[in-house]
Design a protein around this ligand. Structure first.
Ligand SMILES: O=P(O)(O)OC[C@H]1O[C@H](OP(=O)(O)OP(=O)(O)O)[C@H](O)[C@@H]1O
Ligand SMILES: NC(=O)CC[C@H](N)C(=O)O
Ligand SMILES: [Mg+2]
Length: 515
């Protein structure tokens, strides 16, 4: 997942963007970037690493201006090792646009063909986000082309460009962008797969500043109040002089947020599409307790323990509903980041051992029910069960607050091949054997969806594709998943997802002399 953030204020925003970005660090640890704008100039600094590593005081000093956008990256497309794919991305025409994107497109290859062969635009990386920027730039150019004075950019033209983009771009996208000299535009795909929220701050002189963020927790310390979630398919434009415009740009919006935001990605203190993440995770523990009662003899359980951090609220409620003690036997090294979103399996595996350490006295001679929010590749659960047994546990039961992850995610979570998902083709018993647990219990999908819908009945549906294989954008089939899988195994042959072999040739007019 990535995190996006943007502010239009009446004072310098460099420090505010940095502070907001740090609050979104849990959404991406691979790269970070900030761009500010003053007059019609952009000032950008971006690079690989965590927010605190990327920005030095000298970089911060150069980020002038009262408006800007920022991004933290967790790569899902292109080359994870490339600093060139850190965001925001820039195009010079029309006007000069900077864009940052959370999500993943599912028709990148088709869009890319159009971008380079029809619009004659150059895309310099393997990033789907750079393709998205070029589609937006093309649509904005088209929207103003009939105008008598194209430099007099109208809000209607911006919304028209977003609507045209939404009609062509498939997949997940929550976007913040700056148009040089004009303002900040933010929009969400017609399914609202990735979150985006609008905030407002009334300044001492009565002027209003606006912010847009992947999660509302980025607002709190900056004194922004949540105005509202940006709707699925909706766009907002905030002019640099502080006026706000909103429009539903999609013809068929249908709010279907990604279930994994509630399970793992978002911070527990965030509220996404009207649903408190903490409450959702706590409620998942209640329904999971019922499932545990059906599958394990509860008398056998001595203690319930979370695998820190994300599973804590679920484990706590699960323990309460089973009437069992809740203890913290695994201690987290706070200086290691989130392991699931690290690129590379070897790094993830090593990091689990460095990150979590057992307190032997909490395990010696006990039957333990370990609770995690999800089991995806099984990296965490395999390592932890072994550690817990070595620490003296008798029986190790394992419960997951999410159902089995059996299908790749194509909307911004890096789980692209079925082979690397531990639940792929395995029964519960086989999964338990694989992670060396006595029993493994998974939440039912219907319970997970019900828990979240109860917290906001206005949600139309969910993208639950990694659990049930039903892809909300309707364009992902077996051949797409196969192509994704082979691209993952052989990135240099990634022609289906992002073609790079372009047939360039120079032609010479017949009547011109050749040297
Ligand atoms: O089956 P796996 O592939 O190991 O993935 C699942 C694990 O990864 C995540 O933890 P992570 O360490 O990323 O973050 P957390 O500290 O927020 O729980 C998640 O909470 C699970 O513990
Ligand atoms: N996780 C994300 O949102 C990734 C954004 C974009 N697809 C990238 O790889 O940079
Ligand atoms: Mg975890």
């Amino acid at each position: 997942m990535c995190g996006v953030f943007g502010i239009v204020a009446h004072e310098p925003v460099n420090q505010q963007l940095y502070d907001g970005l740090q609050m979104l660090q849990h959404r991406g640890q691979d790269a970070a970037g900030i761009v500010t704008t003053q007059g019609n100039r952009f000032h950008m600094h971006k690079g690989k690493g965590m927010v605190r590593e990327v920005f030095r005081t000298r970089n911060m000093r150069d980020l002038h201006g009262n408006a800007g956008i920022a991004h933290v990256r967790y790569p899902t497309a292109g080359n994870a090792g490339s600093s060139a794919e850190a965001q925001p991305f820039y195009v010079g025409s029309p006007f000069g646009i900077m864009l940052a994107h959370n999500g993943n497109l599912t028709n990148t290859a088709e869009l890319y063909q159009e971008v380079y062969a029809q619009y004659l635009r150059h895309v310099n990386t393997q990033s789907d986000s750079e393709v998205l920027l070029n589609v937006f730039a093309h649509e904005l150019r088209s929207a103003v082309s009939g105008s008598l004075n194209p430099l007099n950019l109208s809000v209607d033209a911006i919304f028209e460009a977003v609507g045209k983009l939404q009609a062509r771009v498939r997949g997940a996208y929550a976007v913040v962008a700056l148009i040089a000299g004009y303002g900040l535009v933010a929009f969400r795909d017609p399914n609202g797969i990735r979150p985006l929220v609008l905030g407002k701050r009334v300044e001492a002189d009565g002027k209003i500043s606006y912010a847009v963020s992947s999660e509302n927790i980025a607002f709190t310390s900056l004194d922004f109040e949540v105005e509202r979630d940006i709707g699925a398919g909706e766009a907002v434009f905030i002019s640099f002089d502080g006026k706000l415009f909103c429009k539903q740009c999609s013809e068929q919006p249908k709010l279907s947020p990604c279930l994994f935001e509630y399970v793992y990605f978002a911070r527990p203190d965030s509220v996404i599409d009207g649903v408190s993440i903490y409450q959702a995770r706590a409620d998942m523990g209640v329904t999971l307790a019922e499932k545990v009662k059906r599958e394990i003899d509860v008398n056998e359980i001595d203690v319930v323990m979370p695998i820190p951090d994300t599973s804590r609220p679920s484990a706590m409620e699960l323990a309460r509903h089973l009437g069992k003690p809740y203890r913290e036997g695994l201690i987290k090294n706070r200086y290691i980041g989130r392991t699931f979103i690290m690129p590379g399996q070897a790094t993830r595996k090593k990091s689990v051992r460095q990150k979590l350490n057992p307190i032997p006295s909490e395990f010696a001679g006990k039957n333990v029910l370990l609770v995690d929010d999800s089991i995806v590749r099984g990296t965490t659960s395999r390592e932890i069960v072994d550690m817990v047994r070595a620490a003296g546990a008798k029986k190790v039961f394992f419960a997951s607050a999410a159902p089995e992850v059996r299908f790749p995610n194509v909307y911004g979570i890096d789980m692209p091949t079925r082979e690397e998902l531990i639940a792929n083709g395995r029964s519960h018993t086989e999964i338990a054997n694989e992670i060396n647990a006595d029993v493994c219990v998974f939440q039912d999908l219907v319970d997970l969806e019900t828990v979240i819908r109860q917290l906001n009945p206005q949600i139309d549906g969910f993208d639950s594709s990694c659990f049930n294989g039903c892809y909300i954008t309707g364009d992902v089939d077996e051949s797409y998943l196969d192509a994704l899988s082979s691209a993952k195994k052989n990135p240099s042959a990634n022609q289906v997802i992002m073609p790079t072999l372009i047939d360039y040739s120079v032609s010479v007019d017949d009547n011109e002399d050749e040297a």
